[in-house]
Design a protein around this ligand. Structure first.
Ligand SMILES: *[C@@H]1O[C@H](CO)[C@@H](O)[C@H](O)[C@H]1NC(C)=O
Ligand SMILES: *[C@@H]1O[C@H](CO)[C@@H](O)[C@H](O)[C@H]1NC(C)=O
Ligand SMILES: *[C@@H]1O[C@H](CO)[C@@H](O)[C@H](O)[C@H]1NC(C)=O
Ligand SMILES: *[C@@H]1O[C@H](CO)[C@@H](O)[C@H](O)[C@H]1NC(C)=O
Ligand SMILES: *[C@@H]1O[C@H](CO)[C@@H](O)[C@H](O)[C@H]1NC(C)=O
Ligand SMILES: *[C@@H]1O[C@H](CO)[C@@H](O)[C@H](O)[C@H]1NC(C)=O
Ligand SMILES: *[C@@H]1O[C@H](CO)[C@@H](O)[C@H](O)[C@H]1NC(C)=O
Ligand SMILES: *[C@@H]1O[C@H](CO)[C@@H](O)[C@H](O)[C@H]1NC(C)=O
Length: 481
């Protein structure tokens, strides 16, 4: 009695979300209303605080003093910290609210190569420890906590982590704490990071965690293909995040969507939701274009990935999880994926492993459902799909629509403990659990099918479900800052 009531409630909720955030033919783009704030009434140059842009002088104090001074303008429309052309060596510093950090043409903020200039801070509560070592972790080069209205931008200025020394410490087992990011913003809202180049991060490049209303736009993010864990952007337990027009070539995932790790992530319970990725291009030789997980214990939902072009890479899209994670990944729509010379086009990995400690609950099984791949094209692919769920925890309502891949391996698709629907897929998915087609009976089980394909499908005209989608599209896909 109680259970069936709950089930009905959940079904109604899922329907409501389908309507509110569905995709219409991949036409979304990042919107923000605080672009005006790129122009602040007060502006100072870092040189006014004694900074020297010779690449040798350590400018941490100058950045700290400038930001302390500018904090007094936060209730007067905010302020701009101008960084002119030059090589500005610094250790980690803290941002403030209502700030624009402007890196002018030819300006480079250089991360110090001494680990003591990157102080250690507490681990994130949703991870319970540092990601690569137990205990505390080095603070990011540019850091912010509890902030609102922060813009990091300029005229293609550069933030260079000089990460190679950190990669060596990692490879030689010489780290005392988990490596730092280039930019980490925690528990903050209204963030824009745009028009810049990021180079050689010690670890992940950009990490918004417990944040809301984030735009990452028009960035170039580069690190050597063999550099360890140099993810591009990692939205983590954050909502309303839009990543658009980025070119990312690094040693790990271009974008990885996360929400905490095993028992720590489950109890912190902060999901990532409403994540949009549009027009992303790049390469990674060991990882994927976009991954979800493996840390996803707070849940991940309402993800739209459109126009992802990946070349000479390992994996197109990868969903990673493990028994012990708990959480969920649901309502994900991936469209217009273009792959050139990519080993695995699509991968679901149910037994990724990696646990923070021995206290995880192996019975905490993740729920993976409602993930749609639509309009996928690839050449020079080795394996179309390695689709592996978890025994006793089947991944379901996974849909493949209009997928065309030129595949080298004899067995293009492998499936276990995963179920869904497929239509217009080449090479054909021979797995029994995908043999049913999407149209006409199963389109409502596939998340966010585009209008275009719905119309083209035989015998199916515009459904009431689609109308509810259109009504809500304006509020649903807006990012308001
Ligand atoms: C997040 O920031 C807000 C205001 O900026 C603050 O009131 C709140 O306590 C912060 N929460 C955490 C968990 O840091
Ligand atoms: C952010 O807010 C939390 C919770 O109120 C507080 O513990 C922490 O010190 C604040 N951090 C900063 C940098 O203000
Ligand atoms: C992207 O950023 C570059 C500078 O890095 C700038 O010249 C260009 O106009 C920007 N493009 C858009 C569409 O904003
Ligand atoms: C910005 O700078 C990077 C690195 O210097 C360069 O690769 C990129 O082409 C530049 N982008 C623009 C739009 O000038
Ligand atoms: C680790 O700690 C030792 C002892 O304090 C120190 O000599 C070493 O430089 C530290 N290593 C790093 C990478 O910070
Ligand atoms: C990026 O730079 C271009 C060219 O200067 C400018 O028009 C645009 O507003 C900037 N966008 C953002 C989001 O900073
Ligand atoms: C991808 O690899 C091919 C073959 O190795 C090479 O010819 C091509 O230039 C590479 N493409 C890019 C954009 O690096
Ligand atoms: C199928 O996908 C390709 C891109 O791979 C696209 O050009 C084509 O329009 C799609 N077909 C339909 C019916 O949407």
């Amino acid at each position: 009695m109680k259970r069936s009531f709950l089930l009905l409630y959940v079904l109604l909720l899922v329907q409501a979300f389908d309507g509110a955030y569905c995709n219409v033919g991949g036409s979304f783009h990042c919107e923000y209303t605080n672009l005006a704030n790129l122009h602040r009434p007060h502006s100072v140059s870092i040189t006014e605080f004694g900074a020297v842009g010779d690449g040798v002088t350590l400018n941490t104090k100058a950045f700290q003093n400038a930001l302390f001074y500018l904090n007094s303008f936060s209730d007067k429309g905010g302020a701009k910290l101008f960084v002119p052309a030059g090589q500005w060596l610094t250790g980690s510093f803290d941002l403030i609210s209502h700030l624009t950090l402007w890196l002018d043409k030819g300006a480079t903020i250089l991360g110090s190569t001494s680990s003591e200039n990157w102080p250690v801070v507490d681990p994130l509560p949703s991870y319970g420890r540092g990601r690569e070592l137990p205990g505390r972790r080095h603070r990011s080069l540019i850091y912010g906590q509890n902030l609102t209205d922060v813009v990091i931008t300029g005229e293609n200025g550069t933030i260079d982590g000089q990460g190679s020394i950190w990669w060596d410490w990692f490879r030689n087992g010489e780290l005392n704490y988990t490596r730092p990011h280039l930019v980490e913003l925690m528990n903050s809202t209204g963030l824009i990071i745009s028009n810049l180049t990021f180079l050689n991060s010690p670890f992940w490049n950009i990490h918004p965690v417990y944040c809301r209303d984030v735009v990452v736009k028009n960035l170039t993010i580069l690190a050597p293909l063999d550099s360890p864990n140099t993810d591009g952007v990692d939205p983590d337990s954050s909502s309303n995040v839009c990543i658009e027009d980025c070119y990312i070539v690094t040693g790990d995932d271009l974008v990885s969507i996360k929400s905490g790790w095993d028992e720590y992530g489950i109890s912190y319970a902060r999901p990532s939701s409403k994540i949009k990725i549009n027009r992303l291009t790049g390469q990674t030789s060991s990882s994927s274009g976009v991954s979800i997980g493996s840390e996803m214990s707070g849940g991940v939902s309402e993800v739209y990935i459109n126009d992802l072009h990946l070349f000479n890479s390992s994996t197109g899209i990868r969903i990673k999880t493990s028994p012990g994670r708990g959480g969920y990944v649901r309502n994900v729509h991936i469209s217009n994926l273009k792959l050139d010379n990519v080993r695995k086009a699509i991968r679901f990995q149910g037994k990724y492993g990696e646990h923070p400690d021995e206290n995880f609950d192996p019975k905490a099984l993740p729920s993976i459902e409602k993930i749609t791949f639509e309009n996928v094209y690839g050449e020079g692919i080795e394996v179309a799909g390695l689709l592996e769920g978890i025994e006793g925890d089947e991944f379901k309502n996974i849909c493949f629509l209009n997928v065309t891949l030129t595949v080298k391996k004899k067995i293009p698709w492998k499936c276990s403990n995963i179920r869904g629907y497929s239509q217009w897929v080449s090479p054909k998915i021979t797995c029994d659990s995908f043999k049913e087609s999407i149209f006409p009976d199963h389109s409502s089980k596939c998340f966010g099918l585009s209008e275009n394909n719905l119309e083209k499908s035989s015998g199916l005209s515009r459904s009431p479900w689609l109308f509810s989608c259109e009504e809500n599209i304006q509020s649903g896909l807006r990012i308001e800052l």
